[in-house]
Design a protein around this ligand. Structure first.
Ligand SMILES: Cc1ncc(COP(=O)(O)O)c(C=O)c1O
Length: 317
C-alpha cells in the first residue's frame, strides 16, 4: 500500500505511546457507522530553535470544545494534551510536522446512542508539505463556488470540528477538483459566503480585510484568528461581516486561511480573475508576517509558538 503521508514511529493513545501500525480500530466501532469523532489539525514548524507547535493551546481548547458539544467525556485536560503533543514530536524526532489529534467513539455498541461506546483519544503526527501547493502559496489558486452548501444552523454544529462535517467538505472538494479547480468555496444556506472545504476565507475590499462571521456556518479557525491579529498589528482594518457571493468577484484580493492551507491567495473564482489575477499586496504582507513568526525569524510577539525542545515547564503556555 502506498501512503500519501510518511509514517512516524509512535502514536499517542489514551496516555500511552503505541506503534504507528498498532493504532487500529474495529470495523464496528461507533465512529465508522456514525461519524462520531472530533479532531484537530495543527502545524509544528521548523525554527532556528528546533520544532515549535503553532497555537497548541488554542487547538487543544477547540478540540475539547468540539468533544464537549458532542457530550464526549474526555479524561484529559488542555495542559495534558498540549504536553502530550510536544512529547509526541520529541519521540518521533521530526523537524516539522502536521499533528492530527482525534477523539472517537470506539467499539462497544451497535446502535446510534453512543453511551456504551468507549471514548478513545489519539494524537498522531507526520511530516507534511504545502496543502494547496508551493506554487499556489506564491501565485494564487483557481477555485470555484461549490454547488454544495455548508450545513444549515442547528443541523451539524459548525463550531465543532467533527469528522461528520467533512462528508460535506469531501463533496465540495471532489466537485472542485473534478472540474479542474484546486478548491471549492461553499455558501451557507442563506446563500452567503461561508468557507472553503478546509479553509476560512478572507476578502480585501478597499483596504479592509473582511471574513464571514462564524454564524455563516464557518469554523472558528485558529489561522483565521491569527490573520485578524496580524492585520490589526499591521494597522490594516479588519471586519467580520456577512459576505454576498458577488463581493468575491469584485474584491481586490481574496485568500484562504487554515492550518493546512496556511495563507493561500485566490487568483480566480469561477474563472473570473480576482484583482490583478495574482497574489495581492495585503495578502503578501499578511503571509510574510505569518511565515516570519511561524518560522521563528521574527519575534513571536503573541506567544503563539510552543518550542518542543524548551526546558520543562517553559514549553506549555
Ligand atoms: C472547514 C474548515 N474551515 C476552516 C479551517 C481552518 O481552521 P484552522 O485555521 O483552525 O486550521 C479548517 C481547518 O481546520 C477547516 O477544516
Amino acid at each position: 500500500m502506498t501512503l500519501t503521508f510518511p509514517k512516524t514511529d509512535k502514536i499517542w493513545h489514551n496516555g500511552k505511546f503505541i506503534k504507528w501500525d498498532d493504532a487500529k480500530i474495529h470495523v464496528l466501532a461507533h465512529v465508522v457507522s456514525y461519524g462520531s469523532a472530533v479532531f484537530e489539525g495543527i502545524r509544528c514548524y521548523a525554527t532556528p530553535q528546533g520544532p515549535a507547535i503553532l497555537r497548541n493551546r488554542e487547538h487543544m481548547q477547540r478540540f475539547l470544545n468540539s468533544a464537549y458539544i458532542y457530550r464526549m467525556d474526555v479524561p484529559f485536560s488542555v495542559d495534558e494534551l498540549c504536553e502530550a503533543n510536544l512529547e509526541l514530536i520529541r519521540i518521533n524526532k521530526v523537524p516539522s510536522c502536521y499533528l492530527r489529534p482525534i477523539i472517537l467513539r470506539g467499539y462497544g455498541t451497535g446502535g446510534v446512542d453512543p453511551k456504551d461506546a468507549p471514548i478513545e483519544t489519539y494524537l498522531a503526527c507526520w511530516e507534511w508539505g504545502r496543502y494547496l501547493g508551493d506554487e499556489g502559496l506564491k501565485n494564487g489558486v483557481d477555485v470555484c463556488i461549490s454547488s454544495w452548501n455548508r450545513p444549515a444552523p442547528n443541523t451539524l454544529p459548525q463550531m465543532a470540528k467533527a469528522a461528520a462535517n467533512y462528508m460535506n467538505s469531501q463533496l465540495i472538494r471532489m466537485e472542485a477538483t473534478t472540474n479542474g479547480y484546486v478548491e471549492g468555496i461553499a455558501l451557507d444556506t442563506n446563500g452567503y459566503v461561508s468557507e472553503g472545504s478546509g479553509e476560512n476565507i478572507f476578502v480585501v475590499m478597499d483596504g479592509t480585510v473582511i471574513t464571514p462571521p462564524v454564524s455563516s456556518s464557518a469554523l472558528p479557525g485558529i489561522t483565521r484568528n491569527s490573520v485578524m491579529t496580524i492585520c490589526r498589528d499591521l494597522g490594516v482594518a479588519v471586519a467580520e461581516q456577512v459576505i454576498p457571493r458577488e463581493m468575491l468577484y469584485i474584491a481586490n484580493e481574496v485568500f484562504f486561511s487554515g492550518t493546512a492551507a496556511e495563507i493561500t491567495p485566490i487568483r480566480s473564482i469561477d474563472r473570473i480573475k480576482i484583482g490583478n489575477g495574482s497574489r495581492g499586496p495585503i495578502t503578501k504582507r499578511v503571509q510574510e508576517d505569518f511565515f516570519a513568526i511561524t518560522g521563528g525569524t521574527k519575534p513571536d510577539r503573541h506567544g503563539w509558538l510552543s518550542h518542543v525542545n524548551a526546558p520543562a515547564g517553559a514549553a506549555v503556555r
